[in-house]
Design a binder for this molecule. Structure first.
Ligand SMILES: Nc1ncnc2c1ncn2[C@@H]1O[C@H](COP(=O)(O)OP(=O)(O)OP(=O)(O)O)[C@@H](O)[C@H]1O
Ligand SMILES: [Mg+2]
Length: 235
């Protein structure tokens, strides 16, 4: 069996959209028939709450990492890889040892950010940590920015951020995760996107689904680009 891919969602900025993106990605992975384990590495345990509502399909598992010092996360990731196609690690909004170990055990780091200079500053810190951790392990770990809670049309601040990223080597997903009630609702109802109509009357699921598919394609494209430009060696 091929080894599971491990994706870590991280940024030291609180409220950037890590957990929402984690459950949205898991929604799509299980809809496509794959097994996903999410590792909740946040003391607020948002994924545990999501899971405990009992509305998730059986090919999703949530494992809570109870050791905030990071002493168990590597072992939890390793164990999850044995039973899943994908492992998604959701970290808390701070830079700590647990986030560092989570990054070091991942194949891909996703850095969600909303369109604000503050989110950008923290996102770039997450990219820099990932580079340092890559160097330490002599293994390239791609870090990809994913813009979240975006409006349908880019505003001036978004365009400024695009401009400032343009001349850097920072990879970003070319599709933004839009601000949608359907995405917000996933944590509220404890379900995946395609099951949302079973639990709530919130509309726009089809549009959210399309946006999510485009985001995943954008992540895959940015991942390939990052792998190619680093040729599989440490950053
Ligand atoms: N694409 C989206 N559409 C609508 N609401 C969103 C979206 N992404 C995030 N949100 C909302 O933004 C808030 C913060 O999102 P979330 O909890 O995912 O961030 P986080 O980075 O995990 O936060 P923390 O650092 O506290 O763990 C939540 O209220 C969530 O519902
Ligand atoms: Mg969170």
């Amino acid at each position: 069996m091929a080894k599971a891919s491990v994706w870590c969602l991280t940024t030291p900025k609180g409220g950037a959209g890590k957990t929402t993106l984690a459950v949205a990605l898991a929604s799509e992975i299980v809809r496509l028939g794959q097994r996903v384990t999410l590792i909740d590495a946040d003391p607020n345990a948002p994924l545990q709450v999501w899971y405990s509502k009992g509305n998730l399909p059986t090919n999703i598992t949530v494992v809570v990492d109870h050791q905030p010092d990071g002493s168990t996360i590597g072992d939890l990731i390793e164990a999850a890889k044995a039973t899943s196609d994908f492992v998604i690690v959701d970290t808390e909004g701070t830079n700590n040892a647990r986030a560092t170990f989570a990054i070091g055990n991942s194949d891909l780091v996703l850095v969600p950010m909303q369109s604000s200079p503050e989110d950008l500053r923290h996102a770039l810190r997450a990219v820099a940590y990932t580079k340092q951790i890559s160097k330490m392990g002599n293994r390239h770990i791609p870090a990809i920015l994913v813009r979240t809670r975006a409006g349908a049309i880019s505003d001036t601040i978004e365009r400024e951020i695009d401009k400032s990223l343009h001349d850097t080597d920072v990879e970003q997903c070319q599709t933004r995760l839009l601000e949608k009630a359907a995405f917000k609702a996933l944590l509220v109802y404890g379900c995946i996107l395609s099951d949302l109509p079973k639990f709530s009357k919130i509309g726009g699921v089809g549009n959210a689904q399309k946006n999510l598919e485009d985001v995943i394609s954008g992540i895959a494209a940015a991942y390939q680009k990052s792998r190619k430009s680093n040729n599989g060696v440490a950053a």
